[in-house]
Design a protein around this ligand. Structure first.
Ligand code: NAD
Length: 482
């Protein structure tokens, strides 16, 4: 018996206490929306989970008004110490409900329960704990004397880490004294609405957090264009980010953008190869590759290319694709049919352009959206799969001979979010890291996150940082500026 024969170990959905329908969360209450409700489904089974109210521009206005009132009369005037207490309470409630949040996220998003249980939800709690500690120390945020909140923050997030992206945005905004109106992604609204329940449980004053699920072009656009907003924090595609930047150009609305990426994982011939293989696998197959900072390009030194590819495909052969609620699953479902079609089309293009494709030989469930872990060899920097963000479980392998060539190739992308370097030579590690244009660089590891460590991009990966002190500063101004 190989370890692949282990019996299934599905997590139970009995921990969930879901409603059949969810309203918008405005001014501390769940209310009906004026948009057409949409049923959120599990991408692994295509089964409905719950009906979700959708916001239109009118609902967004109500949410902004609630946030404004709460900011001007309660939250913006509260002492940092008291705001911190609320954030600590939220963090603890998330820990208490961690198992429920993990199951709900896996159900709605399709990612493996091992990841929601061990990565997403613990990091969500960590983010709230981190910023709870900042709430009474704003003078150390580095923005100047008498820092004060910006006002009402509009926050728009994607579907790949639904609750984690919420935490990255809501925690620093609230710590700094802002109130928020947050729009989750169309396909993954569930955990944001469970988070609204947590806000109620924590006794958070009405209007501090407002959640408005809805379509990007409707609710998202209304939030961006609303005159009552002081800041927009956006995480999503570079195309939409560009559109938002154009809309806000010339206004006094503060803006941070966390956009796409095409990260390079650079493996030198003196690297700890087995660890590097693990890092490469984690770098691209974690969360089905739906990761903005994924290591989607493997740059491997030419003399070890064959050995690395052989070991990599052998390791990939042990990945288990299937029921995301099964604790043994490594690769869950693709989040939506639309994303699956996008991945499939880019991979076909990669093949048509001469790339050599290897995909995991495994069964794929009949229902739901699935894509087998895939690696492309024989590609050049001009191949679509080596250039475009695929946002799926697809790795492209390129080679280099010298550190200079590795740096040139790694930087040969419009993006600049992440990179990984694998070498046992410290001086080379530092020299290469220094030359890479990427917001986060991992040394002999990949995809590690910490709330104290700022995260963000260069070039078309956006601007502004989330996490740590810069993440707090992004929600502050100096008194009198507004
Ligand atoms: P997307 O840009 O399509 O959607 C992101 C969010 O924007 C969604 O909530 C959507 O409803 C909303 N939106 C869409 N059109 C809008 C508009 N006109 N006005 C306002 N809001 C609008 O992106 P996606 O497909 O959901 O997410 C994938 C992308 O997100 C990838 O490119 C990925 O790299 C990026 N991402 C970046 C980071 C980061 O930190 N840099 C993190 C996660 C994801």
């Amino acid at each position: 018996m190989s370890f692949l024969d282990f019996a299934p170990a599905p997590e139970s959905t009995s921990v969930l206490n879901l409603r059949t329908s969810y309203g918008l969360f405005i001014n501390g209450e769940f209310v009906d929306g004026h948009g057409e409700p949409i049923t959120t489904i599990s991408p692994a089974t295509e089964k409905p989970i719950a009906e979700i109210a959708h916001a239109n521009a009118q609902d967004v206005s109500l949410a902004v008004a609630a946030a404004r009132k709460s900011h001007d009369t309660v939250w913006g005037r509260m002492s940092g110490t008291d705001r911190g207490k609320y954030l600590f309470r939220i963090a603890r409630l998330i820990q208490e409900r961690a198992r429920e949040f993990a199951v709900a996220e896996t159900l709605d998003n399709g990612k493996p329960i091992r990841e929601t249980r061990d990565v997403d939800i613990p990091l969500v709690a960590a983010w709230f704990f981190h910023y709870a500690g900042w709430a009474d120390k704003l003078e150390w945020a580095g923005v100047g004397p008498n820092p004060t909140s910006l006002g009402v923050a509009g926050q728009i997030i994607p579907w790949n880490f639904p609750l984690m992206m919420l935490a990255w945005k809501v925690a620093p905004a609230l710590a700094a004294g802002n109130t928020v109106v947050l729009k989750p992604a169309e396909t993954t609204p569930l955990t944001a609405l469970l988070f609204a329940e947590v806000c109620q449980q924590a006794g958070l004053p009405a209007g501090v957090v407002n959640i408005v699920p809805g379509l990007g072009e409707v609710a998202g656009a209304a939030l961006v264009e609303h005159p009552g907003i002081n800041k927009i924090a956006f995480t999503g595609s570079t195309g939409v980010g560009r559109h938002i930047a154009r809309t806000l150009a010339g206004t006094d609305v503060a803006l941070t953008l966390e956009l796409g990426g095409k990260g390079a994982n650079i493996v030198f011939d003196d690297a700890p190869i087995d660890e590097a293989i693990e890092g490469v696998v984690r770098g691209i197959f974690f969360n089905q590759g739906h990761v903005c900072c994924a290591g989607s390009r493997l740059l491997v030194q030419e003399n070890i290319h064959d050995e690395v590819v052989e070991k990599l495909t052998r390791r990939m052969s042990t990945l288990r694709l299937g029921d995301p609620l099964d604790k043994n699953t490594d690769i869950g479902a693709i989040n939506s049919r639309e994303q699956l079609e996008r991945i499939t089309s880019l991979v076909s293009q990669g093949e048509a352009e001469g790339g050599v494709r290897w995909s995991l030989d495994c069964e794929v469930p009949q229902k739901g959206f699935w894509f087998r872990p895939t690696v492309f060899t024989g590609v050049t920097t001009s191949n679509t799969v080596a250039r475009d963000e695929i946002f799926g479980p697809v790795l492209s392998v390129l080679t280099f001979r010298t550190a200079e060539e590795a740096i040139l190739k790694a930087n040969n992308t419009p993006y600049g979010l992440s990179a990984g370097i694998w070498t046992n030579t410290a001086s080379r590690m530092l020299q290469v890291a220094d030359e890479l244009r990427a917001g986060v660089i991992w040394a002999n590891t990949f995809n590690q996150f910490d709330p104290a460590s700022p995260f963000g991009g260069y070039k078309e990966s956006g601007f502004g940082r989330e996490g740590g002190r810069p993440g707090l500063a992004a929600y502050l101004t100096t008194e009198g500026a507004r």
